[in-house]
Design a protein around this ligand. Structure first.
Ligand code: C2E
Ligand code: MG
Ligand code: MG
Ligand code: MG
Length: 284
């Protein structure tokens, strides 16, 4: 009886569902092994000081070098790591590795102010009671000064419990580490409590930069984010700058920093020297 009702469309549905559940289970179990097998790698994307045209620092972006899938992007495994609680361990590794690379970069390329490193923190990681301790431990192990590190959090992490979030943020700020709001403008957060947050900078989401057209459409949103930031004494970093006219536009406003494919895609650590050298050579 049941078999009769099984037409081909439900069969296809069942098998794709089955495949995706299986895929998810495999991803999860592979993720367990990934930390032990050292399969995570950090890529680094330059952040440019738009006033001086100097390299300000980098954002660390994690990838998973999976033995058979190849390079897996964070959008695919960070949510799984969050749901399974594995993010704590992975996040700890990311913080330590980013600080190690920063120390090495600062030694290779001494600058005033010193090169900086932005590290992404996801929701569960931010809510984890040990985040501040992990950060302190990484600074101590690597000898990096706290002022050259910034943690990037998103607006959505503040939604659940703003008061608790502020306590965590204060602990981090007291150490001297900066806090930046990532993907700013995409969340639901009301601007009303922005002035209460102990933050240093807003990163204008890539979607706003990419919507900038040459004939001036969508400039208003960016203009207002920048003036809001300036009134709160916050720096502004424009994400996802890909085209010259986008750079020209944010340059004219009081936007201090830019990041995007126009400057560079995220690079593995081994490529940083060549990129920095080429840049220095070009500037003469
Ligand atoms: P995000 O922090 O907003 O990072 C920016 C994303 O935009 C990166 O994608 C980067 O490669 C990409 N991007 C940068 N410039 C351009 C551009 O000019 N054009 C375009 N089309 N894209 C650009 P990625 O590396 O795939 O990371 C995606 C998200 O995953 C990140 O968004 C962040 O939320 C999360 N993520 C990345 N690394 C980490 C990490 O180490 N820890 C945690 N918790 N989350 C991470
Ligand atoms: Mg980020
Ligand atoms: Mg971002
Ligand atoms: Mg973004």
């Amino acid at each position: 009886q049941a078999k009769k009702r099984h037409d081909s469309s439900t069969e296809i549905f069942d098998s794709t569902m089955h495949a995706s559940i299986l895929d998810r289970i495999m991803l999860e179990s592979d993720l367990h092994a990934a930390l032990v097998h050292n399969e995570f790698v950090l890529f680094y994307q330059p952040i440019i000081d738009l006033k001086t045209h100097a390299l300000s620092g980098f954002e660390a972006l994690v990838r998973w070098n999976h033995p058979s899938r190849g390079l897996v992007l964070p959008a695919e495994f960070i949510p799984v790591a969050e749901e399974t609680g594995m993010i704590a361990g992975i996040g700890e590794w990311i913080i330590l590795e980013a600080c190690r690379e920063l120390k090495s970069l600062q030694t290779r390329y001494p600058a005033q102010p010193p090169l900086k490193m932005n590290i992404n923190i996801s929701g569960r990681q931010f809510a984890h009671e040990n985040l501040a301790d992990m950060m302190a431990n990484a600074l101590q192990q690597t000898g990096v000064i706290p002022q050259s590190v910034a943690l990037e959090i998103t607006e959505s992490m503040l939604l659940d419990n703003v008061e608790l979030a502020i306590i965590t943020m204060n602990r981090i700020r007291e150490m001297g580490v900066e806090i930046h709001i990532d993907d700013f403008g995409t969340g639901y957060s009301s601007l009303s409590y922005l002035h209460r947050l102990p933050i240093n900078a807003l990163k204008v989401d890539r979607s706003f930069i990419s919507k900038l057209t040459e004939n001036g459409e969508n400039q208003e949103i960016i203009r207002s984010v920048i003036s809001l930031a300036n009134s709160l004494n916050l720096d502004v970093i424009a994400e996802g700058v890909e085209l010259n006219h986008q750079l020209e536009f944010i340059n004219e406003l009081e936007c201090q920093f830019g990041q995007g494919y126009l400057f560079s895609k995220p690079m593995e650590a081994a490529s940083l020297d060549e990129w920095i050298m080429t840049r220095i050579a070009k500037k003469g």
